[in-house]
Design a protein around this ligand. Sequence first.
Ligand SMILES: *Cc1c(COP(=O)(O)O)cnc(C)c1O
Length: 369
Amino acid sequence: MKVPIVNLKKQYSKYKEEILYTVDKVLNSGNYVLGKELQSFEINFAKYCGTKYSIGVASGSDALTLSLLSLGINKDDEVITVPNSFVATVWTIANIGAKPIFVDIGNDYNINVELIEKSINKKTKAIIPVHLFGRVAQMDSLNEIAKNNNLVVIEDAAQSIGAEYKNKKSGSFGDTGCFSLHPLKNLHIYGDGGVITTDNENIYNYLKKIRNHGLKNRDECEFWGYNSRLDEIQAAIANIKLKYIDEINSKFRRIADIYSKNLSKKILTQNYFNFESPVFQRYMIIYKDREGLINYLNEEGIETKINYPIPLHLHEASKNLGYKLGDFPKSESFAKQTLSIPIYAELEDVELEFVISKINNYVDNIAKK
Ligand SMILES: *Cc1c(COP(=O)(O)O)cnc(C)c1O
């Protein structure tokens, strides 16, 4: 048996008829950019997240970039985020000329809220918590810190569509919420795409202009903007996926539950508060002999991945930020220990049982005691 880490073709075959019918409809409409498919998706997505507005953009990275600009983050402003994330969380800050300031994570893989305040100074303007692997960061305390220090909050919700924290959905806690529709995210389209959520009408109006060249109407440009729109075909597909996202997420949750109940006690898994409902964009385990486990699973046909093997502060691209090995012990130790195992809505029960039995066989029987 072969169990890949993701299986995108399988999900496509499930929704194929509806997707092809819709793509054909859009192609026949003659309208491919900024039309009614996008409008409809934006209304539905905002409703789903419990926010007033949503704005479709070209990628999750653009969602972050345009959010930073819409909130007035400028050159030399400091923006707090985590060293344990995908690289887009940090380059979007750096590329607008602002300075990324890292704060270490806690055992939940998310920003350690207790460490935030000592990184705040006069230059600090924003916090970008990442809801990593589909688990919302500790937003109550984080928002309180932001409020007390007059900082804006941009949620990097790229991995967390539908995740809940105290009965509120990810993307509804910050000044903006930034989502990705990339093929490796829970709600995915067939190419790049992103969405920004907000309750603020001024930010919404600004974002609608900045994603469309800075135009305030067909002919008049108010400021230099970007070309960053979610096109009609992808918006129509996103609308289809949105109808099924709760069903898709509930399958992720069920698989995560089966893993946590059945994996050997020698494997460290996550514990959750009862007020959280993560969506498990990845299922992470911690095991001391990670390399041995990876190799064994690989031989058995089970694919795994490391998210993320290099913490953001140790990339070559980060060298000007002035950080060094040892600065963020938790992120660094997680980069060495954690492993992502197969989880997706289309994972069959026999495959799931196979993965569990092989992991348990390795850690309980094969690994050196
Ligand atoms: C995927 C991802 C992004 C970037 O999204 P793209 O759509 O690929 O540009 C940003 N942050 C995190 C945490 C991500 O996982």
